[in-house]
Design a protein around this ligand. Structure first.
Ligand SMILES: Cc1cc2nc3c(=O)[nH]c(=O)nc-3n(C[C@H](O)[C@H](O)[C@H](O)COP(=O)(O)OP(=O)(O)OC[C@H]3O[C@@H](n4cnc5c(N)ncnc54)[C@H](O)[C@@H]3O)c2cc1C
Length: 288
């Protein structure tokens, strides 16, 4: 099913996974998929390691979800380091396998791989290539706090609005304040953007790792959230519970503010997402 059709019917609740690199990671992903499928997600997505060794694995995991589970998959795809012909080949294989949804991204391959820039300059070029290759529903990445490489906020907002005009929907980078999302959507409305944008949710269950990811993505790790978690010191279970509570409050605030759904970064684990689902009172299968 196409995600644009899912979104036109009402709120969407989706989960993001990454392709496993080791047999143990493969078992963990299988387990997470098994435990999250009963929640009836609207769709699930699988990331693409720009320049990484797991690129072929994304295809396998996406097609596996399509053929072996009841869930609708979306494949992430990055254009960095790829030729046009390679990208057409990857997208064509998805089309032929019956995959209907692609998140078109630029990607940041590590410099040490020496991949070169690739033939496409921006994610918008990949949106066009995907549309030329098949009848897909195409999403794009959205950065509510601005993309770290943008020269200034006005340019950043203009580029993001242009991208959302071309795409069917957006999925956002994670952030921790409802106002980051509402301010972004207000700015997009000023550019006449009508595409729905699903806020990305990263529950903080481990302060150090999320603080590191936030620094890389340009998301602010708000001092008030840090202080709230720091109150629990080394009590890892209490930190986890507080992180789940904070994420639940963020989710509720976003839904109250009119967000068209929620997109959970699961990190291939099911617990945090299941706990937040329960806190929000989302019944299994009630997500569609
Ligand atoms: C929901 C989500 C999922 C992601 N999944 C993956 C994944 O699976 N694999 C992965 O490797 N990475 C992933 N990323 C990370 C993403 O690849 C990086 O954030 C990357 O740096 C930017 O990708 P983009 O698609 O937003 O790029 P773009 O939209 O191409 O933007 C990149 C930069 O170019 C600028 N720009 C855009 N258009 C123009 C223009 N016309 N003129 C001048 N400048 C312009 C933008 O302002 C920005 O600074 C994901 C990010 C998000 C939010």
């Amino acid at each position: 099913m196409k995600i644009s059709d899912i979104l036109s019917r009402g709120r969407s609740f989706s989960f993001e996974f990454f392709p496993p690199k080791t047999p143990a990671a493969e078992v963990q992903l299988e387990q997470a998929l098994l435990e999250l499928e009963p929640l009836g997600p609207s769709f699930v997505s699988v990331t693409y390691g720009a320049g990484g060794s797991t690129r072929e694995r994304t295809h396998e995991v996406v097609v596996g979800i399509l053929t072996r589970t009841s869930m609708t998959p979306m494949a992430h795809l990055t254009c960095a380091g790829h030729t046009r012909a390679e990208l057409r080949g990857i997208v064509g294989r998805y089309r032929d396998a019956g995959v209907e949804n692609i998140l078109a991204l630029h990607g940041d391959p590590p410099a040490e791989l020496g991949l070169g820039p690739g033939e496409l300059a921006y994610a918008t070029d990949l949106v066009e290539l995907v549309r030329d290759t098949g009848d897909f529903s195409v999403g794009v990445a959205v950065h509510p706090e601005g993309h770290p490489a943008s020269p200034d906020r006005a340019t950043d907002r203009r580029n993001q609005a242009h991208k959302l005009h071309l795409a069917d929907f957006g999925v956002s980078q994670f952030f921790f304040r409802v106002s980051d999302y509402t301010a972004f959507m207000d700015d997009m409305a000023a550019y006449d953007v009508t595409a729905p944008v699903l806020p990305g949710i990263m529950p903080v269950t481990n302060v150090a790792s999320v603080a590191r990811m936030a620094a890389m993505s340009g998301a602010a790790f708000p001092p008030e959230l840090e202080a709230r978690l720091a109150r629990h010191g080394d009590d890892a279970e209490a930190v986890r519970r507080e992180g789940i509570d904070a994420a639940t409050e963020l989710c509720q605030g976003l839904l109250d503010a009119g967000a068209p759904g929620l997109h959970f970064y699961t990190l291939n684990r099911s617990h945090a997402t299941r706990d937040i689902y329960a806190n929000l009172g989302l019944a299994a299968g009630g997500a569609g």
